[in-house]
Design a binder for this molecule. Structure first.
Ligand code: CU
Length: 126
């Protein structure tokens, strides 16, 4: 009787182990490891700061396809408007941001439509 009980216990234990093993085996297959990194850089690359009625840096070089962001730290509204009208952020209020994605290579000079003395350059490399 004692032998029989321990035999049954052994079979039950074996079944449990098999059950656990098969569960572990299917685990990694169903676990889809997504390595999709959002490149959220807090150093805010490709950002032109607007402060004291000036674009800083006033000349920025980026590769084609890059989105440039203008962050307005002044208390008045500014714009970043291409001299050739190829892009225009529109009004960027105080503490707000505007952005434009530069698809094609080239050198684009721009200004603030509200304060024409403000100038900047975006150099887009292929
Ligand atoms: Cu302005």
């Amino acid at each position: 009787m004692a032998i029989r009980t321990s035999y049954l216990a052994g079979v039950a234990l074996a079944l449990l182990l098999v059950g656990c093993k098969s569960a572990d085996a299917t685990g990694p297959g169903g676990n889809n490891n997504n390595n999709n990194n959002n490149n959220n850089n807090n150093n805010t690359p490709n950002t032109v700061t607007i402060a004291s009625f000036a674009f800083s840096p006033d000349t920025m070089t980026v590769t084609a396809g890059t989105t440039v962001t203008w962050k307005n730290n002044d208390t008045v509204t500014h714009t970043a408007t291409a001299d050739d009208a190829s892009f225009d952020t529109g009004d960027i209020g105080s503490s707000a941001s505007g952005a434009h994605t530069f698809a094609a290579a080239g050198t684009i000079t721009y200004h603030c439509a509200i304060h024409p003395s403000m100038h900047g350059v975006i150099k887009v490399t292929p």
